[in-house]
Design a protein around this ligand. Sequence first.
Ligand code: ADP
Length: 442
Amino acid sequence: PRKAKGTTKQVENGTEGEEKEDKAAQSLLNKMIHTSLVNTTNQVEVLQRDPNSPLYSVKTFEELRLKDELLRGVYDMGFNRPSKIQENALPMMLAEPPQNLIAQSQSGTGKTAAFALAMLSHVDPANKWTQCLCIAPTYELALQTGKVIEQMGKFYPEVKLAYAIRGNKLDRETKLQEQIVIGTPGTVLDWCSKLKIIDPKKISVFVLDEADVMIATQGHQDQSIRIQRMLPNECQMLLFSATFEDSVWKFAERVVPDPNIIKLKREEETLDTIKQYYVLCNDKDEKFTALCNIYGAITIAQAMIFCHTRRTAGWLSAELTKEGHVVALLSGEMTVEQRAAIIERFREGKEKVLVTTNVCSRGIDVEQVSVVINFDLPMDKDGNADNETYLHRIGRTGRFGKRGLAVNMIDSKQSMNILNQIEEHFNKKINKLDTDDLDEIE
Ligand code: ADP
């Protein structure tokens, strides 16, 4: 397959390197598909560096006393009130004297918008030098974040933004006039040191975005730390991450001294509100027939069907199309842009069925899905049940109090085995479904 410029190809069962590449692509995909805030009911957890200082949170953007130009920008983007994480993060980031912050919350909860606003607020437009520096893991992610800054600063044209990304070549000792610079660690490091385009001593806000993706890329961690070391002590340091494994935490502590910490727990995924079934078949064709029977028998708002390989997914979507279904296919060889467009169409309800493989669907939340079909059961590379993926696939159908339906297709001893492992792991019985008599699931 062709590899399009500036995009990432995904490989099923890929090597470690490909998995890492995948993380940045997944993150970009998430940014592209989150055209509105993700719905969360969890509370934020705030840890203050100085527990005696009052904890400010805001319920409106007015309370932040933003410049008019910026408040207009915020409202022009369609924001009415701060998101959960912004309620706490914004007052901290805008406080005087500046405070450092480490913030973690899943994609789509308003982190980017928050630090874009913080950078824009801190800039003195009269000063024609770089004052805010933001680093992102990839070229595409930097562009995506830059777009948000540009959009939010739409009514504040004196503030200018420059991109420190590959291909953007500037002569040595060019004195950059743009007050905000967003870029990837390698180029930013060059601009700050070798090329002397940015004077790191004049930076007052430093943002490290997508820390979890950053440390997954060889060399980025060191480069980030080298950049951070050049900044003045009083520079405000802000770090954001969607996840928080130990490795991310260790890195965060090296880059952000004396931080305040904000965490937003992920919405719990649960199997409690989901009816789970399995269907016994002899082979792929019988699985297909069973699938059509299920479809004929019940009214399905929208369904996601998971296959193990790209080839099965392609075959299945072609067969379903032949049967007259309107099907969307999400496949590994597609570019991130293509995938985002397909997910968007599916969300808008243009297609009722989405056929996909594992790799493609990780981290995608499509809330209106009421039925999940495991055409193939999720398994790890040793052929054992992949319980986490199972929960993630199925758990999405039953969120926010909705009831969901999950059907597992079994066509071998091995898949029966995986099913049993899943039952045991979650301590929940999965009932057999007779596809000739489907009254019980309606
Ligand atoms: P994250 O960086 O956590 O992934 P974003 O800042 O990109 O989240 O926000 C996700 C989506 O929600 C974007 O489309 C953004 O425009 C929108 N958004 C962010 N903050 C708000 C808000 N306060 N009100 C409404 N929409 C918002």
